[in-house]
Write a protein that binds this ligand. Structure first.
Ligand code: DGY
Length: 342
């Protein structure tokens, strides 16, 4: 197990935090002011994380998406909670966290606009072949304007289909409407729960709720905005990809495993769909064989929330959550407040 490097011991500190990966300021300062912070001295293995959780030395683990808290880790854990530096928490088995009295907290809302910006960027970049054009330019192939050079597709008057209708989907819808797109959505693809006017709010009249089949078969851009769970794993599979229009483009800024990435590569190779814009991957940081070689893809390294101010705000929320959990109070962004009711 890696040893833990810590600053000078603070014997007065009661609260103990284990931060698996340093997160931006102001978080580290907030945590150090509130208690004692340990960091791993090197790369953190799954076993190191399990040992840190079971050691009884820490109140809170400040974690990020690569840290896996499965049933075994949580059953053995002697911690009050986990403060996840992300809005998503599919790296944590929340059911078993709750069963073991482990509070889980996340960082919602502050990354909504930044992630919607990346969805829009991928829509524009795939439609207008921005990466191909950039590569063309840098490789010295541009020898003057030509009527047929790198023709892409319009997004105005095209249909954007949103898989899900949560905060990030709605922020993407607002941007798409401003670009003159028609926006349809299926709020809960696994249940097809009808959406009422409260869900639509300011988007009423600009967007339309449709069933899953209509969403898949009529969208020019199908953009994924649902959390990853058992119901959404491989929601976009070979059958869905083959049901999409051959001219359509898949966008994923949510979680990689929602899309069957091997099936996606086949669909792109066989031209069952025209292109894909991805910020997330099924087995990060790896990509499915063949994906990187396809010219009709725009591939980003999970940067949906990656702006200086968003990451600082996520860090602040993450520290607030951690400090609250360590103090034995329900954190501002609790995922499972019931964990302490048991
Ligand atoms: C999240 O917060 O869940 C993103 O994927 C990373 O910011």
């Amino acid at each position: 197990m890696a040893s833990y490097a810590s600053p000078a011991p603070d014997r007065s500190a009661q609260r103990k935090f284990f931060v698996t990966t340093p997160i931006p300021e102001p978080a580290m300062t907030m945590l150090r002011r509130s208690g004692h912070v340990d960091l791993p001295s090197g790369a953190l293995s799954d076993t190191d994380l399990e040992c840190a959780c079971a050691s009884g030395r820490y109140d809170v683990i400040v974690a990020q998406l690569n840290d896996r808290f499965d049933r075994d880790v949580l059953d053995a854990a002697r911690i009050r909670g986990i403060s996840n530096f992300a809005v998503g928490y599919n790296n944590i088995d929340v059911e078993h966290a709750t069963a073991n009295g482990v509070m889980v907290a996340n960082t919602p809302e502050v990354l909504t606009d930044a992630t919607a910006d990346i969805a829009m960027l991928l829509i524009l970049a795939t439609a207008r072949r921005a990466v191909e054009a950039d590569t063309f330019m840098r490789s010295g192939q541009f020898d003057g304007w030509k009527p047929n050079l790198l023709l892409g597709h319009d997004i105005t008057d095209r249909t954007l289909g949103l898989v899900g209708f949560g905060r990030i989907a709605r922020a993407t819808a607002r941007r798409a409407v401003a670009f003159g797109m028609n926006v349809i959505f299926c709020a809960r693809p696994s249940t097809e729960r009808p959406t009422d006017t409260r869900d639509l709010a300011d988007l009423a009249g600009s967007v339309r709720s449709v069933g899953w089949d209509e969403l898949v078969t009529t969208s020019d851009f199908l953009s994924v905005h649902v959390p990853l769970n058992e119901q959404t794993h491989h929601l976009v599979n070979a059958a869905v990809l083959n049901a999409m229009k051959p001219s359509s483009i898949l966008i994923n800024t949510a979680r990689g495993p929602i899309v069957d990435e091997t099936a996606l590569v086949s669909a792109l190779e066989s031209k069952a769909i025209a292109a894909a814009g991805l910020d997330v991957y099924e087995d990060e940081p790896r990509m499915a064989t063949g994906l990187a070689q396809l010219p009709n893809t725009v591939l980003l390294p999970h940067i949906g929330s990656a702006t200086v101010s968003v990451r600082a705000e996520m860090a602040r929320l993450c520290a607030l959550n951690a400090i609250a959990i360590a103090a034995g109070t329900i954190p501002p962004h609790a995922v499972n407040p019931q964990a302490w009711d048991l």
